[in-house]
Write a protein of this length. Structure first.
Length: 130
C-alpha cells in the first residue's frame, strides 16, 4: 500500500487540496491533501477501491514565468466501499486536477537530455453519479 507521504509527494506542494462528494449529500467538501488521505484511511469500510479512468486534458499546457508548464486534466473516478465482503457504497465522480510539468536536465550517455517531472495540483469535483 502506498504511504501517505508518498501520495503527498505526487502533488506540487503539500498545501494542495482534494474536493470530495457523495451521491447521498448535495454539498461538496474540500480537505488539505494529508487530511483527505487520513480521512480516506479512516472511512467505515473494511476495504476501499478507487479506480481512475478516462483521463483527458481539458487545457493546453502553458509555460509559466517559473519555466514550468501548467494545464488541467479531467478524469472519472470509481469509488467503492466494502463491508463484510460486499459493496455497500459506490459512485462515479468526474474530477478536474491541475497538472504541473517541471523540466530538468539529466545526463544520459554523456549528453544532457531534458526530462519532465509531473505533479498534481488541487483536485475538484465536476460531477458525481451513482
Amino acid at each position: 500500500p502506498i504511504s501517505i507521504q508518498a501520495a503527498v509527494e505526487l502533488f506540487d506542494n503539500d498545501s494542495r487540496s482534494v474536493e470530495v462528494s457523495s451521491v447521498s449529500r448535495a454539498q461538496k467538501a474540500r480537505f488539505p491533501i494529508r487530511t483527505y488521505l487520513n480521512r480516506l484511511r479512516m472511512l467505515n469500510y473494511e476495504r476501499v477501491v478507487i479506480e481512475a479512468a478516462d483521463f483527458s486534458y481539458v487545457s493546453t499546457f502553458r509555460k509559466g514565468p517559473d519555466g514550468n508548464y501548467y494545464g488541467v486534466a479531467r478524469f472519472r473516478q470509481a469509488f467503492t466501499g466494502y463491508r463484510d465482503g460486499k459493496a455497500v457504497y459506490s459512485d462515479i465522480t468526474t474530477k478536474s486536477v491541475g497538472v504541473t510539468l517541471k523540466p530538468y536536465q539529466k545526463a544520459m550517455e554523456g549528453e544532457s537530455v531534458e526530462n519532465w517531472d509531473v505533479f498534481l495540483g488541487d483536485i475538484s469535483v465536476t460531477q458525481t453519479e451513482k
